[in-house]
Design a binder for this molecule. Structure first.
Ligand SMILES: [Zn+2]
Ligand SMILES: [Zn+2]
Ligand SMILES: [Zn+2]
Ligand SMILES: [Zn+2]
Ligand SMILES: [Zn+2]
Ligand SMILES: [Zn+2]
Length: 543
């Protein structure tokens, strides 16, 4: 390795630390991550083989308001990997359909295979012997009255305490991870006071029914740690799971994230920058799905994470001009009722005296979502369905977004030019909204751009077939779509290779190659046509 490279990767700092190799006082720090000190260049060079894997451009900082969190240790470009981590524990989400405790696959028949030790349903006889289940099986088996195991294939909260139990078992099985877990935030006092029914039921079940060997205080705390820090993930077959990732848990929240999370089939999470990030800026992702309306996000911040979000989106009563959670003012044509005094106070029109109770605002939006049906078949019906919604909400409101997604499903098999053009319009509008709340190189952006490109290709093909496009205009349209598709492929390239989402990057690549070939053929044909025309011209002259 050249010295020049090392020179770039290290810098002198005023703060001293212990050398990562020999432990003596050291002023030099790794320039990549700023997290390791060195006494001399030679020790830094020696350490690189070990440190390379963990050298990430992140730095942990601490302040009294926000506790410990991660910032960029240097300027970062969009798309850069900042952190990857395997879970210390992983298991089913709080409410889920019955899952096999050995492999997490969905149970399709409750009675055909039960674990002989604990009576919980399994997908196959091999699964109850899997490492993941063996230790917890002994404890679950103490539930002799079988209060815990699910009794139907419906969604159930019975799996909630499985991940808590798996966390508790770390004390014996993996003391390093246990100690790390115990340094994590639990909000245990607030949770005790809150007396949230699932929390209380879980603690009672673990301490009274299972007699898991932990006192109630520890179980309260561990469930608190689990709920505060777990990250929802998807298993290889789309199963809803959650895991604890101690480093990723240090990332702060924003409803306008600058990071994206991708996962592979082994539940390893890969955190990349979605946008360029300046050195020292906090690295943030969204703890709640960004497509949730204001009241749902705020409910989670208050009751699950115990903080109030101060992000730019939550601080703006118009949610960046989208009126994403607001209904129209019934009196002023272009005004919306806004949560000017907080989400729970009456929402008010900024223009007139009109106001409405917060609960009514939620009920109205939820009623629209609940009553939404997907029975429209013609383009004009879908169009008037969407227009109908804009009479009550802005066309960036989350009810509109939900209706737009439903419209795309309804129009999927309609190949008329009108239907294709409507799909194109909906995709463009949706992408604008997605980009506002999840800016940058996200999977959602990659997939939406891919879908939009597919629709636009069909629009161009249909227009060409109907004689609406000349060859040069058709080539120009395809070339523009190709650039867009190549950009989508570049974003989807960021999916981990052993991820269930990696098919997207293959599809985008294939479609881009097909369009590129089509353009080449069209150009070749038009070149030879032009040559023919020139030949004819020459002949005329000669004659
Ligand atoms: Zn040293
Ligand atoms: Zn480093
Ligand atoms: Zn299984
Ligand atoms: Zn068992
Ligand atoms: Zn926010
Ligand atoms: Zn008004």
């Amino acid at each position: 390795m050249s010295c020049l490279r090392w020179h770039n990767r290290s810098r002198m700092t005023g703060e001293e630390g212990a050398c990562g190799v020999c432990g003596t006082a050291a002023k030099l720090r790794c320039g990549g991550c700023s997290n390791v000190h060195y006494c001399c260049r030679d020790h830094q060079r020696k350490h690189w083989a070990l440190h390379r894997e963990e050298c990430r451009p992140i730095k942990q900082v601490e302040n009294p308001q926000e506790g410990r969190y991660l910032v960029a240790s240097r300027d970062l470009a969009a798309g850069q990997l900042v952190l990857n981590e395997s879970p210390v524990v992983c298991g089913p989400t709080g409410t889920c359909i019955p899952l096999c405790l050995g492999c997490h696959s969905a149970i399709t028949d409750l009675e055909s295979c039960r674990c002989p030790g604990c009576f919980w349903p399994m997908c196959s006889p091999e699964c109850h012997q899997k490492d993941l289940h063996v230790k917890e099986c002994g404890i679950l088996a103490q539930d002799v009255k079988q209060i815990g195991p699910p009794t139907s294939l419906d969604v159930t909260p019975r799996y909630d305490m499985i991940l808590v139990l798996r966390c508790l078992l770390l004390r014996e099985a993996n003391p390093t991870s246990w100690n790390r877990l115990m340094t994590m935030e639990s909000h245990v006092d607030a949770r005790r006071e809150q007396q949230e029914p699932y929390h209380m039921a879980g603690v009672r079940f673990l301490t009274e029914v299972l007699k898991c060997g932990f006192d109630a205080d520890t179980v309260h705390r561990v469930r608190g740690i689990m709920i505060t820090n777990c990250i929802n993930i998807r298993g290889p077959k789309g199963e809803h799971l959650r895991g604890i990732y101690p480093n990723i848990a240090l990332l702060n929240h924003s409803c306008l994230p600058n990071l994206t999370i991708r996962s592979d089939v082994n539940n390893v999470l890969y955190i990349r920058t979605a946008v360029a990030i300046k050195k020292g800026d906090p690295l943030v992702f969204s703890y709640t799905p960004p497509e949730e309306p204001l009241w749902e996000r705020q409910f989670d911040f208050r009751n699950v994470y115990f903080f109030s979000c101060k992000c730019r989106r939550c601080g703006d009563p118009t949610e960046l001009g989208t009126h994403y959670s607001s209904p129209r003012c019934p009196k002023c044509p272009d005004k919306f009722l806004e949560p000017r005094d907080g989400v729970d106070a009456p929402w008010k029109c900024p223009e007139c005296e009109e106001k409405r109770e917060s609960q009514d605002i939620r009920d109205e939006a939820e009623r629209h979502i609940k009553d939404m049906d997907e029975r429209y078949s013609s383009t004009s019906e879908v169009e008037s369905f969407l227009t109908g919604i804009t009479r009550t909400f802005h066309d960036s409101h989350y009810v509109w977004v939900t209706a737009a997604q439903a419209s795309l499903r309804m129009l999927k098999n309609d190949t008329s030019l009108a239907a294709l053009k409507l799909q194109q319009e909906i995709w463009r509008r949706l992408m604008g909204i997605y980009q506002l709340f999840e800016p940058g190189l996200t999977r959602r952006r990659g997939v939406s751009l891919f879908q939009l490109s597919m629709v636009e290709t069909r629009v161009a093909q249909t227009q060409r077939a109907e004689g609406e496009l000349t060859t040069p205009a058709y080539v120009a349209a395809l070339t523009r779509i190709l650039r867009q598709l190549e950009y989508a492929a570049k974003i989807l390239e960021l999916e981990p290779s052993n991820s269930t989402e990696s098919h997207w990057k293959a599809r985008a690549g294939e479609k881009a190659a097909a369009i590129s070939e089509a353009i080449a053929i069209l150009q070749q044909n038009s070149d030879s046509q032009q040559e023919d025309a020139e030949d004819v011209g020459r002949l005329h002259k000669e004659n």
